[in-house]
Design a protein around this ligand. Sequence first.
Ligand SMILES: NC(=O)c1ccc[n+]([C@@H]2O[C@H](COP(=O)([O-])OP(=O)(O)OC[C@H]3O[C@@H](n4cnc5c(N)ncnc54)[C@H](OP(=O)(O)O)[C@@H]3O)[C@@H](O)[C@H]2O)c1
Length: 358
Amino acid sequence: MDSFAFIIHPINPKQDVKRKFPFLGKILNEPLINFFSLFFPPIYLSEIQNITSESTGKTIKGWFIACPLTAKRMVELPEWIVYHKIVQTGRMAQRLGADILGLGAFTSVVGDGGITVANRLDIPVTTGNSYTIATAIQALRKAAKLMNIDIGKATAAVVGATGSIGQVCAELLAEEVSQLILIGRNESNLQDLYSKMNDGASAQLSISTDLNTLQKADLIITVTSALHAIVHPEHIRAGSVICDVSRPRDVSKAIASSRDDVLVIDGGVIDVPGPVEFNFDFGFPAGEAYACMAETFALTLEERFESYSLGKQIDIHKVKEISAIAEKHGFRLSGFRSFERPISEEQIKNIRKNANRD
Ligand SMILES: NC(=O)c1ccc[n+]([C@@H]2O[C@H](COP(=O)([O-])OP(=O)(O)OC[C@H]3O[C@@H](n4cnc5c(N)ncnc54)[C@H](OP(=O)(O)O)[C@@H]3O)[C@@H](O)[C@H]2O)c1
């Protein structure tokens, strides 16, 4: 049977360690988990069963395996140490017999976005970024409709626009919206992106390093590799939609409690085809997965055992192709979730009303 492995790692250290080691999660505080994560070996988590293609009936299996490093450690440690840990985890995937390896969260963010890891392994590697991009745009379009926002007349913003996922999200949005603000930390990287995009874009482009610029945006995709929330209640305007693709999340939880006039949705949440059993609780309802996981599953169903999304430059054609492959096998955008909870049509109606968008 064709198979895959997918690497996850602790993002919210206490909560995530508790899922596998309840006792350690209870007694260790976050700084200690960060410290000890360097000394843990790769960890086998579970076998994933019964992912079944809607169109071909093919069933595949796979494994969740964990790289023990926390997001904070991945950012702080020298790259060679982080690569070494990810490659060690990848070798576990090889021993299990996986045909392809998916890199979750910061294991795909660090350094060159999977290239070094792929070079050191004997199986292909994918970051999942192509399908993450495709589904972030799909979700934003759908949410815009629900909030009565005419996408063709809207102002959109991408936070983390110079990043691997952010850049292509910006390129795709520039074909659809009226104005697009590229937001990042580094002015000269933003200027380079602006110059690259400005020739063909139908939207009017601008750049900013100031998150207060979000006040001008109706539609926002935020996709940075920040370790803590950076988008706060005072940054956004009533009636806007924010799709938070980042893990850890970019959008402050304070928005959930203090702004009943904005729609925040978790980006990249996908319904997986077939009676899938993950056999590990990664915090999602049954049958749902992150888009980056879904890319690995879809490539396995399609028998495309190649390093599909790799490196920091994502090919826009692959974004469209993986979207079609996933659609064919029955992967679909899940119902909206906000801060990890389902959000009902009634709640969206109230948000619309509070923002005078009815
Ligand atoms: N939901 C999913 O299925 C899924 C899938 C894949 C990835 N992700 C998440 O997506 C995020 C981005 O991934 P990526 O591969 O695009 O990473 P990336 O290529 O490293 O890009 C990250 C971007 O974030 C910016 N950034 C970092 N810290 C920042 C801060 N404090 N304030 C503002 N901007 C900041 C970086 O700008 P500088 O150039 O200034 O550093 C860079 O432009 C990560 O959180 C990752 O875990 C989610």
